[in-house]
Write a protein that binds this ligand. Sequence first.
Ligand SMILES: O=C(O)CCC(=O)C(=O)O
Length: 353
Amino acid sequence: MGIKREKSDSSFTSVMALIQKCQHNIPERYVLPPFQRPNPSRVDQISNNHPVIDLSKMNHPAHRSRIINEVRKACNQLGYFQVINHGIPTSVMKDALDAAEDFFNLPSDEKTRFASTDVHEPVRYGTSVNHGTDKVFYWRDFIKHYANPISDWIHLWPSNPPTYKEKMGNYAKAMQVLQKQLMEVVLESLGLNANYLHDDIEDGSQVMTVNCYPSCPKPDLALGMPPHTDFGTITILNQSHQGLEIMDRDKKWHPVPFIQGALIVQLGDQLEVISNGRYKSVPHRAILNMQRKRFSIASLHSMHIEKKVGPAPELVDEQHPVAYREGSFAGFLDYISDKSISKGKYIDTLKIT
Ligand SMILES: O=C(O)CCC(=O)C(=O)O
């Protein structure tokens, strides 16, 4: 691929280590410029317009057409929705969050063996978004690992805590099944055949991003993650507590309500490209709180890393000319390898203006 690899760098202080030392304040490098801070007065606290879609009886024709209509409405309006009755056992969701917590509670040297600033690494532990390139730091520690097909990757995942592979592995497999079902519904909602790109979706890439946001003494000055959109087709998010905010089309932020047992589905840039811009990826960010640590697990799905994808031909016509060039997950990784995600977006390089 001709990629310039950065040297792995494990010299950073995790937020988990930092909170032992600073209980009342945060270091300067986490303080955001005023216009980037999570100003609660500019956040819509009372919106009850958050789509929650019941997936039970998804394969029953009457229910399926209702679900497709609800998905279409949510994707058009906000680019995200929550799903309930999705078939993933509560125990599988909880076990994965417990495995995340146990991992971040390990001593530093157990975690830093996975530390790297190289975004091409299939397993990577770090802090902020990329501690090698970020100017301002975000209040987050993370471990990311590839997951599909699981047999290709699981041997690279942490062996400590001892149950990590089993618990996170069961969850990753469940997410891969659910994303295939959700993609069929999303594609149908666009008027495409449910089997469109079937094999590419089946063999696609899955990146599990496991996030830890320790409680923060100054949550009004910092963020857990900056505003960004995800690269892939869809992301499925499991979380221990509320903390995600999404931006609507009027650029107003909305806290996503926490619903016990629900999963959050967000549209990514690759789906925006496939839809030829009919659907837009959803900008989102993670906010912090003073009371407790929050964990989230984002399962990011996309086509296979090298697979280039453009708009579906069925969604191109005289009124809707091709609006994006083809792009790939590999192209995205090359794009972000030397720049912060808040500095520019790969999808903007694909737009035909
Ligand atoms: O933790 C969250 O709510 C958001 C996580 C996220 O955006 C990500 O991992 O890309």
